[in-house]
Design a protein around this ligand. Structure first.
Ligand code: AMP
Ligand code: ZN
Length: 106
């Protein structure tokens, strides 16, 4: 089972910044910004490249949650990045769909 499935299923302990029935969010283990969260779908879908139309609402849900988490962290005042790495050529290492929220630079 993939590592993000194991985190979602709580087989690997992880402090969640957020959890609902479709998503979890937690801190990136190797942060590239002062605030670096991953918004991760509970359903195992490999990437934006392979997501099917039936799951398209998930993408909106992930972006919406990132927006709300950014506000919670005060990042809306300074700006932030939302990044989907899509496939190996797009820098994706973990083949379980997730959105990076990065910000908090001075
Ligand atoms: P990506 O390149 O989009 O596939 O990004 C995968 C991200 O997951 C990287 O930024 C990693 O630092 C992060 N990551 C990998 N394993 C863990 C983990 N166990 N907990 C938190 N973040 C992780
Ligand atoms: Zn998975």
């Amino acid at each position: 089972m993939c590592i993000f499935c194991q985190i979602v299923n709580k087989e690997i302990p992880k402090d969640f910044t957020f959890e609902d029935e479709t998503l979890v969010a937690f801190k990136d283990i190797n942060p590239k910004a002062p605030v670096h969260l991953l918004i991760v779908a509970k359903k195992h879908i490999e990437s934006v490249i392979t997501i099917k139309e039936g799951d398209r609402n998930l993408i909106a849900e992930m972006v919406w949650r990132a927006k709300l988490l950014a506000e919670e962290k005060g990042l809306d005042k300074t700006g932030y990045k939302l990044i989907f790495h899509c496939g190996r050529g797009g820098g994706q290492i973990i083949d379980h769909i997730h959105l990076h929220l990065r910000g908090g630079w001075k």
